[in-house]
Design a protein around this ligand. Structure first.
Ligand code: AMP
Length: 285
């Protein structure tokens, strides 16, 4: 496995692979790797001849008062996990390699960036869109793998890839969870034991929401139920609702539905979602 730190050296490393006709699968990450990340790596390994993983804690997607400085970092452990997972190339650029001082271009997807996670975290999705666009340009993969866990990020990425005609196939991978339902996240490391015990309430809320949507077909009841369950588990919801997975507008009863929720557990903000492919016609008239 090669570890590359510059754009030029990464491109050099991939040139031969591309020349030999092998496809490239790419998994962008911010490190602190867990089984959720490794499930994306496994999907890439199955799909592509060469697997590239990036580790870059992207400052552009952190707000001023967010956890950029505290974000967990452990490059040695990450590299060991990726080696064991059969990754071919790890790209670990510095901030100055990715963002020279005179950089001025921002990629933004305003309609998606203004709602839900974007509303809570101004500038977050422009940071995500900018880094993903750059990484896709640098790696030029055939396939790129993203977790359903970050559903709004996935929608932003699909939108920008379509709008900018970036020649890559975006593949979404299911959310990997702890046995009690808590979605794996690097930020779970911030939870103290009592918070960790309460945190699965977020997913419980989503599952109850699914039951109510299927049984009653009423979005207001779904929201009310999800908020009640989340609060009853001792965590403070930020939002819990039903949207269309591609643009995060209100679910109107047609096509797939996405139950989305965010909540604060102590000082840690957690997000989760549940994608329901088959609820067409489920809303009451
Ligand atoms: P991050 O390092 O948090 O930027 O995440 C890198 C990628 O891993 C993103 O595409 C995430 O959606 C994905 N990911 C994070 N947590 C999970 C999880 N629990 N299950 C599946 N994918 C995940």
């Amino acid at each position: 496995m090669r570890v590359e730190r510059t754009i030029d050296s990464l491109r050099g490393a991939l040139r031969d692979a591309r020349g030999s006709g092998r496809t490239i699968g790419f998994v962008p990450t911010m490190g602190a790797l867990h089984d959720g990340h490794l499930s994306l790596v496994r999907a890439a390994r199955l799909a592509a001849g060469i697997v590239v993983v990036s580790i870059f804690v992207n400052p552009l997607q952190f707000g001023e008062h967010e956890d950029l400085a505290a974000y967990p970092r452990d490059e040695d452990a990450d590299v060991a996990k990726l080696e064991a997972a059969g990754v071919d190339v790890v790209f670990v650029p510095s901030v100055t390699e990715m963002y020279p001082e005179d950089r001025a271009t921002v990629v933004d997807v305003p309609p998606l960036a203004a709602v839900f996670e974007g509303a809570s975290r101004p500038g977050h999705f422009a940071g995500v869109a900018t880094v993903v666009t750059k990484l896709l340009n640098v790696v030029a993969p055939d396939f790129a793998f993203f977790g359903q866990k970050d559903a709004q990020q996935l929608a932003v990425v699909r939108r920008l890839v379509a709008d900018l005609s970036i020649p890559v196939e975006i593949r979404a991978c299911p959310t990997v969870r702890e046995p009690d339902g808590l979605a794996l996240s690097s930020r779970n490391a911030y939870l103290d034991p009592d918070e960790r015990r309460r945190a699965p309430g977020l997913f419980e809320g989503l599952r109850e929401g699914e039951r109510v949507l299927r049984e009653e077909g009423n979005v207001d009841s779904v929201e009310k139920t999800m908020l009640e369950v989340i609060r009853a588990r001792g965590i403070e919801p930020d939002y819990a609702t039903v949207v269309r997975p591609d643009d995060f507008r209100d679910f109107d009863g047609h096509g797939p539905a996405l139950l989305v929720a965010a909540a604060r557990v102590g000082t840690t903000r957690l997000i989760d979602n549940l994608l329901l492919e088959d609820v067409s016609g489920s809303l009451e008239d």
